[in-house]
Design a protein around this ligand. Structure first.
Ligand SMILES: NC(=O)c1ccc[n+]([C@@H]2O[C@H](COP(=O)([O-])OP(=O)(O)OC[C@H]3O[C@@H](n4cnc5c(N)ncnc54)[C@H](O)[C@@H]3O)[C@@H](O)[C@H]2O)c1
Length: 324
C-alpha cells in the first residue's frame, strides 16, 4: 500500500514509519519539522510541508497514489494550549480540516487519527472506556475532540472512513535503539525521569503527593510505542475490511504512579534519581487509566510490552545515545 504518514518526523510518527517499512509498504512522509527531526524519517519520500498549505499538500497527493493516511501531526503541550489556544485550534483542527479537504479531493477514503485521553477531561470513573463522557478541560483536548466530530461528519458526507486512536501516554523507544523520544520541550514523565538519571536535568519534579492513590502521586497509563504502531496496523486492516468508522482507547489498562515510575527507573538505570516535591498542578486528575477492551475485541489488539521495566529500559537505551 502507499501510506502517507503526516507528522512522520515526530516521536510516534517516526516509529510508525519504521514499522510500515518492515511490513514492506511504500511510505511517504509529510512533516513541517516544527517539532520533528529530518533524521528520524527512515523512508526516502519526505516532503517538508505544512498541511495547512493545501497547494503543497495537494501536490504530494497528486504525485503519489495514496491509499491510506496516518495523521500524527499536531501540537501536543497541554499547558501551552491553555496559554495560546488559537495556536492549537489552528494547527490541530484547521490544519486537519485542510488535510481532509485534500483527501476528499483526491478520493482517499481511509484515515487513522492520533487522538488522546485528553478528549475525556476529568475522569468520572476508571478505567476509562469509549462510553465515558467527553468534556475536555483544555484547548488541546478540545481541538482533538473537534477533529473526532469532524471525522463523523466527513464520513456521513463524503464516505471518508476513519479510526481515531486515543492514546493515553505513549512511551518507550524503538527496541533496536534506532529511534526514540526527543520532544522539545520535553513534558512526558519517563524521559524527564531518565534525563534526571543521566544528569541532563538536576532533579525530577513531583507535582503533588497527596492524591487519593496508594502512594499519593498521580497514576497514569503508559503504552509502548511499538504497541501503538501495531494498533495502527490493525486499524488499517479493520478499515480495509470495509468496517465502519470507530474510535478506540489505547492503553495498558494498568496504571503506574509517579513514584512507581521513579522507582522502576532507579532500578533500570541503577542510579539514584533526585526528586523535587511541589504542590499539585491545576487540571491533573489523580488517575488516568484506559479501558482498552474494545480495541482488543474489535481489532484483536493486545499490548506486548506490559512490563514498565521494558518500556523504561528502551527509553533509557535511547537516553544513553544523547546527544542524538
Ligand atoms: N506523545 C504522547 O504521549 C501522545 C499521547 C496522546 C496523543 N498523542 C498524539 O499523537 C500525535 C503524535 O505525538 P508525538 O508525541 O509524536 O508528537 P511530536 O511533536 O513528536 O510529533 C508531531 C509531528 O508533527 C509535525 N507537525 C506538527 N504540525 C504540523 C503541520 N501543521 N504540518 C506538518 N507537520 C506538522 C511536527 O513537526 C512533529 O514532527 C499527536 O497528534 C498527539 O496529539 C501523543
Amino acid at each position: 500500500m502507499n501510506i502517507l504518514v503526516v507528522g512522520g518526523a515526530g516521536f510516534i510518527g517516526s516509529h510508525m514509519v519504521k514499522r510500515l517499512l518492515v511490513d514492506h509498504h511504500n511510505v511517504i512522509v509529510i512533516d513541517n519539522l516544527s517539532k520533528g527531526f529530518r533524521d528520524a524519517v527512515l523512508c526516502d519520500s519526505f516532503f517538508e510541508v505544512d498541511i495547512i498549505d493545501k497547494v503543497a499538500t495537494g501536490k504530494v497527493f497528486a504525485n503519489h497514489s495514496i491509499d491510506v493516511v496516518f495523521h500524527f501531526a499536531s501540537f501536543i503541550e497541554v499547558g501551552e494550549s491553555v496559554k495560546f489556544p488559537e495556536k492549537y485550534f489552528k494547527n490541530n483542527f484547521e490544519a486537519t480540516r485542510s488535510l481532509l479537504d485534500i483527501m476528499v479531493q483526491f478520493q482517499v477514503k481511509q484515515f487513522v487519527f492520533s487522538s488522546t485521553a485528553a478528549v475525556f477531561g476529568n475522569p468520572e470513573y476508571s478505567p476509562i472506556d469509549e462510553a465515558h463522557p467527553k468534556h475536555p478541560i483544555n484547548p488541546y483536548g478540545e481541538s482533538k475532540l473537534m477533529v473526532e466530530k469532524m471525522l463523523e461528519e466527513f464520513d456521513k458526507e463524503y464516505g471518508l472512513k476513519s479510526v481515531s486512536l486515543r492514546y493515553f501516554n505513549a512511551a518507550g523507544a524503538d527496541p533496536q535503539g534506532e529511534l526514540g523520544e526527543r520532544h522539545n520541550p520535553e513534558t512526558h514523565l519517563i524521559p524527564l525521569v531518565l534525563q534526571a538519571a543521566s544528569g541532563r536535568r538536576d532533579a525530577i519534579s513531583i507535582f503533588g503527593d497527596d492524591y487519593d492513590t496508594p502512594d499519593g502521586t498521580c497514576i497514569r497509563d503508559y503504552i509502548h510505542i511499538t504497541d501503538l504502531a501495531d494498533a495502527h496496523i490493525r486499524a488499517i486492516e479493520y478499515l480495509r475490511k470495509g468496517n465502519q468508522s470507530a474510535a478506540f482507547n489505547l492503553g495498558n489498562g494498568k496504571g503506574f504512579s509517579v513514584r512507581e515510575i521513579i522507582d522502576a527507573a532507579e532500578n533500570v538505570t541503577n542510579k539514584k534519581i533526585p526528586i523535587r516535591l511541589h504542590g499539585r498542578r491545576a487540571g491533573d486528575p489523580a488517575t488516568l487509566v484506559a479501558d482498552a477492551k474494545l480495541a482488543n475485541k474489535v481489532l484483536g489488539w493486545k499490548p506486548e510490552f506490559t512490563n514498565i521495566r521494558d518500556i523504561i529500559q528502551h527509553a533509557w537505551n535511547w537516553e544513553n545515545k544523547f546527544p542524538w
